[in-house]
Design a protein around this ligand. Structure first.
Ligand code: FCB
Length: 475
């Protein structure tokens, strides 16, 4: 492990409030490895990775970046960066291998060791309970489209909360229910790879219900702890002011943003989206009391923000369409009527358009249109296909991305948005789901053959931002 060299820079031009959380995020399946150790059971991602053609180069998270064995080195790296908070996820199949019953002690011991190491280093632990690794046995019983999975999740959450809640104060229940439901069960690009639009809607509802039930179960044991969920929000622009384009923007904003924000924060699914979904039997999944459970008070909302989409509802040249997470297998958004078009912005190595104004838009909209809740950016970052050159990675593009997005956060805070922390995605290069190891998001480069960690230029830059409590004037 190479340590972070601190550089001297000028005093900050954009200072963040005292107590602002400076963090980085990861997720269990993407970093831990040790897939068959200490009683961990298989998850839907283990199965999906073994299905030919699903993940680039047939790669998987069996070893990943071996964080399970190297977590102490990784915590030392975080301390070197000066992180004040670390967002990670707890692997459900590691702590409850079949998705039911008592916890696997060896699994929970790992998270106890990790949490203790973080606390000793002065870093606040921010676990997420579900970052997509459903125990395979639960998928075999029907997965998230089955209501019982929400009850199983609450049971798991309650037990984990009881085991760690004396030292972990900040909890996130689910990560990006949009991806888990729609990439997992509609487009099939993520595990479990099903292409069943109606089932994907039930999955979304049960993920949200699971969130609410989990908060109840955890809060009952540790009422002083703080709970929330992390949703992936996008800024959405219509390609023009034509009615068809405006309607396309309404639809995509509806499915991407409001479908999750409205039940969480207002206790109702958006009426226009329910109309869009007519014929898919979505309402039959919603039982009496569910929306109140989903809408119970939360202490914080996590926002994962990466990009803006520009959408059109007019027929056009298919070759002008840009790739989007809404694939042709998602008729429930009217994808036959919506084209994702080039917004004319530079893109990251993922092909995602870079638009920090979209982050400002998302933050101010939440503040303006929804009941008050503390906000945290729980993910934001840029992925590239990058390599070590002369022993380092000169990732100026990532620095520019993070700098611009943090400036957008700073402006929003100045305008009164209750944003209290920022977690960049990601601490380390890692397994990027269907992209395998081809895309790197880390502040720290990982050589996958040797597991050697080398901080990139962005790590040094972020350490300086944290040390100064704000952004340097480097422009
Ligand atoms: C988010 C995921 C995270 C990571 C980033 C790039 O959708 O939550 O695990 O893959 O995208």
């Amino acid at each position: 492990m190479t340590s972070v060299q601190h550089s001297n820079s000028a005093s900050p031009v954009a200072a963040f409030p005292a107590g602002f959380r400076w963090g980085a995020a990861t997720a269990a399946y993407q970093i831990e490895g040790a897939a068959a150790e200490d009683g961990r059971g298989p998850s839907i991602w283990d199965t999906f990775c073994r299905t030919p053609g699903k993940v680039l180069n047939g790669e998987n998270g069996d070893v990943a970046v071996d964080h399970y064995h190297r977590f102490r080195d990784d915590v030392a790296l975080m301390a070197d960066l000066g992180l004040t908070a670390y967002r990670f996820s707890i692997s459900w199949p590691r702590v409850q291998p079949s998705g039911a019953g008592k916890l696997n002690q060896a699994g929970i011991d790992f998270y106890q060791r990790l949490v203790d190491a973080l606390l000793e280093a002065g870093i606040e632990p921010w676990p997420t309970l579900y970052h997509w690794d459903l125990p395979q046995e639960l998928e075999d019983a029907g997965g998230w489209p089955e209501r019982d999975t929400a009850y199983r999740f609450a049971d798991y959450a309650g037990q984990v909360g009881a085991a760690l809640g004396d030292r972990v104060r900040q909890w996130m229940t689910i990560n990006e229910p949009w991806c888990a439901a729609f990439l997992g069960y509609a487009s099939g690009e993520h595990a479990p790879g099903r292409r069943e639009p109606a089932a994907s809607l039930r999955a979304a509802h049960h993920l949200m219900l699971g969130h609410g039930l989990a908060v109840e179960a955890m809060r009952a044991r540790h009422p002083d702890n703080r709970f929330g969920a992390a949703v992936n929000l996008y800024a959405i622009s219509p390609a023009s002011q034509l009615e068809a384009d405006l309607d396309a923007a309404r639809r995509i904003d509806g499915m991407q943003n409001r479908f999750f924000l409205d039940p969480l924060l207002r206790g109702a699914y958006p009426a226009d989206v329910l109309t869009d979904l007519e014929g898919l039997d979505f309402d039959v999944a919603i039982k009496e009391g569910d929306l109140a459970t989903i809408n119970q008070p939360i202490d914080q909302l996590g926002i994962n923000y990466y990009s803006r989409f520009t959408v059109s509802g007019t027929p056009g040249d298919a070759t002008q369409a840009v790739s989007s997470p809404f694939s042709s297998h998602s008729p429930w958004v009217g994808s036959d009527r919506v084209r994702f078009v080039d917004g004319g912005r530079p893109v990251t190595g993922m092909g995602w358009e870079i638009d920090e104004s979209g982050l400002h838009e998302v933050l101010t909209r939440l503040h303006r249109e929804y009941p008050p809740v503390s906000l945290y950016i729980t993910e934001n970052g840029a992925g590239y296909d990058e390599a070590l050159t002369d022993g380092t990675v000169n990732d100026g593009e990532r620095i520019a991305y993070l700098d611009a997005h943090l400036r957008a956060c700073h402006t929003a805070i100045a305008e009164g948005v209750p944003l209290q922390g920022y977690f960049t995605w990601s601490l380390l290069d890692n397994f990027e789901w269907a992209w395998g190891y081809s895309k790197r998001f880390g502040l720290v480069h990982v050589d996958y053959a040797t597991q050697r960690r080398v901080p990139k230029d962005s790590a040094r830059w972020y350490a300086a931002v944290i040390r100064q409590g704000g952004l340097p004037d480097h422009r």
